[in-house]
Ligand binder design. Structure first.
Ligand code: FAD
Length: 404
């Protein structure tokens, strides 16, 4: 194997996490190659609620607001509704972006538009694209060499493995995972409604999991509906009119008449975390590193922070004249990302399992926790800070004192 690197950084996997990593690496002055992986033939109806810190990442990549804002909708309020019918039920909890000193917590963007926009931007920034898949990886000295399924190789000083939940690169690096599953399937779909959503996303906590509506432009919302697998299969088989009636009933008619159901897709629910997020010149990004159910819009927001932190640490090392793909950078990355990801996974898991258990003490615990959030401002602001991705939101009084 040669000691020559074709590029500084190779990104593997052209999902949203890999594409944003490629944009940031190229924008940071690293010569960057993207190995796309297999192209998906399934249309993806998902939208992603990206919080303001993630939008700041897109802005740094030169993509936000741009034209993306035209197909996105702001999230001005987040509502948690206890719809479990449990003996101990929580009061309705409303988080307002204004209380956090923001116009919006974030914006909801269709993935089918976000991904091509990211790819176009990565190309503009100079990333080279290879339409191939990684079939092997070997590391020697300061170079990682990837074998591609088109018979070529590609050598770089660092590999950002964003090759998804089954990550061939994670396996090649010998990194194990902790995995767990839920007896749930999530259905992603969008729909039109007769009443305005007023920029409010509503998460109804049902016995089979959350049913979450998220605003889209106009009188339209996207929906993530978590259900028991058998019921989800039955819902997937319904025609549009029958599904519209189900959605209207599940949302208690709060959005008025539901119609014009978009394409739908179902996703079996599971969770996973790699035992380390970096080893031997490979850093794991996105679902290659961590998987969470879609509760509280954390998945891709964590992945954007992966990409941001990876490139920030690489840049700091390079600017000091250090090896940006060396063990010190990898160890910092692992520590930083584990501290962010682990507690979020734990909270999401607890919330989800407390709904599924139907166990009275769990219901009571969840209700008490949400009641505390509803009535205690500092706790609510803390939850908003964490939900946004850890950025600091001072209380309103402090903000007025500093004039911000
Ligand atoms: C219903 C639903 C709703 C969601 N809503 C939100 C939300 O509102 N907010 C949020 O933050 N998150 C949300 N998420 C999570 C978010 O969608 C995922 O975190 C994100 O799509 C995963 O992106 P990724 O790039 O990590 O993985 P993927 O999109 O799976 O990309 C992996 C890529 O790797 C490629 N690949 C595979 N094998 C190879 C190989 N051998 N070589 C090279 N490349 C390879 C694949 O082709 C693919 O392009 C939601 C998830 C679901 C299921």
């Amino acid at each position: 194997m040669s000691e020559h690197a074709d590029v500084d950084v190779i990104v593997a996997g052209a999902g949203p996490a890999g594409l944003v990593a490629a944009c940031l690496a190229a924008a940071g002055g690293f010569t960057t190659a993207m190995v796309t992986g297999p192209e998906s033939t399934r249309p993806d109806p998902r939208t992603v609620a990206l919080m303001m810190p993630s939008l700041a990442v897109l802005e740094a990549a030169g993509l936000w607001p741009g034209t993306l804002i035209e197909i996105a909708a702001p999230l001005r309020k987040l509502r948690l509704v206890d719809d479990t019918g449990a003996l101990f039920s929580a009061p309705e909890l409303v988080f307002s972006a204004r209380e956090a000193g923001l116009e919006a917590f974030g914006w909801n963007i269709p993935l089918a538009v976000l991904k091509p926009a990211l790819e176009e931007r990565a190309r503009e920034l100079g990333a080279e694209f290879r339409r191939a898949s990684v079939s092997g990886c070997s590391v020697k000295g300061g170079i990682a060499t990837l074998a591609l399924d088109d018979g070529t190789t590609l050598a770089g000083r660092l590999v950002l493995a964003a090759d998804g939940r089954h990550s061939p690169l994670r396996q090649a690096a010998g990194i194990g995972t902790v995995t767990w599953s839920y007896e749930q399937t999530a259905i992603a779909v969008s729909f039109a409604h007769s009443r305005p959503h007023h920029g409010i996303s509503s998460e109804y906590h049902k016995p089979a999991g959350p049913f979450t509506t998220v605003p889209l432009p106009g009188h339209r919302s996207s929906l993530v509906w978590m259900e028991r697998p058998e019921r989800a299969d039955a819902l997937m088989a319904l025609d549009g009119k029958a599904l519209a009636a189900e959605i209207q009933a599940m949302s208690h008619g709060e959005l008025g008449l539901v119609s014009d159901i978009g394409p739908r897709q179902s996703f079996p629910m599971s969770g996973a975390r790699a035992e380390t997020f970096a080893r031997h010149r490979v850093m794991l990004i996105g679902e290659a590193a961590h998987i969470v159910p879609p509760i509280g819009a954390q998945g891709l927001n964590m992945s954007f922070r992966d990409a941001h932190d990876a490139v920030a640490l690489m840049t700091a090392a390079r600017d000091k004249g250090d090896d940006f793909g060396g063990d010190a950078v990898l160890s910092d990355y692992d520590g930083r990302r584990q501290r962010d990801v682990r507690p979020r996974q734990a909270v999401i898991d607890l919330m989800n399992r407390s709904l599924l258990s139907g166990y009275l003490p769990m219901d009571a615990g969840r209700a008490a926790g949400l009641a505390a959030l509803a009535s205690f401002g500092p706790l609510r602001r803390f939850a908003m800070t964490i939900g946004l991705g850890g950025s600091s939101i001072p209380p309103a009084a402090d903000r007025s004192a500093t004039g911000s």
